[in-house]
Design a binder for this molecule. Structure first.
Ligand code: PLP
Length: 397
């Protein structure tokens, strides 16, 4: 109780009613309170803990790297093995001729860098995003929050970036708004905070073709979809479209804060001259974070975790959609939005979930659906047990 009181007094908040669940430890698919209550974690830190909480391979890598060296010099000057090895592995796995990673600290910073890179590389100024997009909370990333939903968050912070417009996701007609003036088009491959909206693959291909035609850079935000969440290591591969720039964060750091912007070497070189130091970041690519991310990636690959994601996602989908309260399930791999149709049901369900030992959440632009995005390492017996608890809570609604 004392800790909760001090949390409310001394830790800055952004929500009038924080969850206030105290965490003592977390392991695998669960976290535990000091009272010993266990929660199934269906949020995973918002698609961060893909390899499970306290994954021993990641813990070992963090401990080893912290003992070897932590921060040495501002990003990009020293040769640090965890950065080099991680960048090389990521380049191997990303589609097309993307061969280089610029490391940063977070998703929003990755988006900032990608927008700057598109402007710097093309010499143009217009930036385009999708309606109902979420790309982060800094001024630049916030400018790209799709209208009209994003307006609720943006209005009080204007003026934001100029020369920004938003087009409709999956709408072929809107592609003509991308022109020779456009520096970059920023797009989540699956719209996460819109409540898991899946792309029409033909539209994604047409988006790619339009960007190529007018010379605009196609930027995929894989911050939520990357590192196996959709059932492939990257959603770009799943939906068969290769962007010019990819933004990574969340699970990219294996539970540590890390972001990345991947592109071709010659594109990223735009930051090295006229002027040089096109983006500077002291802690970007921190060696401990890179070591954690690399260990997490190796864990996913060595244990064939990503190969199991589609089946696990389907298990959740088949179970929850049988409940009469559930109107629709939208899903890509282990990223699910379970639609109840009314916010009042959702808010009540969150309390019922807490009672039965489930942590879930709604989405920034969709408070009528709840989130299922557990660690990708969740086991099949755990999914069965979790689905029973979901049904118990839904029965009480
Ligand atoms: N892009 C997407 C698709 C996200 O879901 C998020 C965070 O939820 C971000 C960007 C921002 O990432 P961060 O919170 O690390 O700045």
């Amino acid at each position: 109780m004392i800790l909760r009181k001090q949390f409310l007094e001394h830790v800055g908040q952004t929500s009038p009613s924080p969850m206030l669940v105290e965490v003592e430890r977390a392991e695998g698919s669960f976290f535990y309170t000091p009272e010993g209550k266990r929660y199934f974690d269906l949020v995973a830190g918002v698609s961060v803990s893909n390899v499970g909480h306290a994954n021993p391979a990641v813990v070992r890598a963090v401990q080893q790297q912290a003992a070897d060296y932590m921060h040495v010099m501002v990003y990009g000057e020293m040769v640090e093995r965890p950065q080099v090895e991680y960048a090389r592995r990521i380049a191997e796995l990303l589609p097309g001729d993307i061969d280089c990673v610029y490391f940063v600290n977070s998703g929003a910073e990755a988006v900032e860098v990608a927008l700057k890179l598109a402007k710097r590389y093309t010499g143009r100024t217009e930036l385009i995003s999708m309606k109902r997009a979420y790309h982060g909370s800094t001024h630049g990333a916030m400018s790209m929050m799709g209208a009209p939903e994003g307006e609720e968050w943006k209005a009080e912070f204007r003026p934001l970036l100029p020369d920004v417009r938003s087009i409709r996701f999956n709408e072929f007609d809107d592609l003509k708004l991308i022109t020779e003036r456009t520096a970059g088009v920023l797009c989540e491959v699956v719209q996460g905070e819109a409540g898991v909206r899946l792309p029409n693959t033909e539209w994604l291909k047409a988006l790619r073709a339009r960007c190529t035609e007018v010379g605009a850079m196609l930027i995929f935000d894989e911050i939520q979809t990357g590192m196996g969440r959709t059932g492939e290591m990257f959603a770009a591969t799943k939906y068969g479209v290769t962007p010019d720039i990819v933004c990574l964060a969340k699970a990219f750091g294996g539970g540590m804060p890390l972001g990345g912007v991947a592109s071709r070497r010659d594109t990223l070189n735009a930051f090295t001259n006229n002027p040089c130091l096109g983006h500077i970041t002291t802690f970007g690519g921190h060696p401990v974070c890179c070591a954690a991310g690399l260990a997490a990636l190796n864990y996913l690959v060595d244990n064939h975790v990503v190969e199991g994601v589609e089946h696990k996602g389907a298990m959740f989908e088949e179970s929850v959609r049988q409940h009469p309260r559930v109107l629709e399930v939208r899903r890509s791999g282990l990223l699910l939005a379970v639609e109840l149709g009314k916010a009042e049901y959702l808010y009540k369900l969150m309390d019922l979930f807490k009672e039965v030992g489930i942590m879930s959440d709604w989405f920034l632009y969709c408070d009528t659906a709840f989130r299922i995005s557990p660690p990708l390492t969740i086991t099949e017996p755990e999914i069965e047990e979790c689905c029973k608890l979901i049904h118990t809570a839904l029965d009480r609604l």
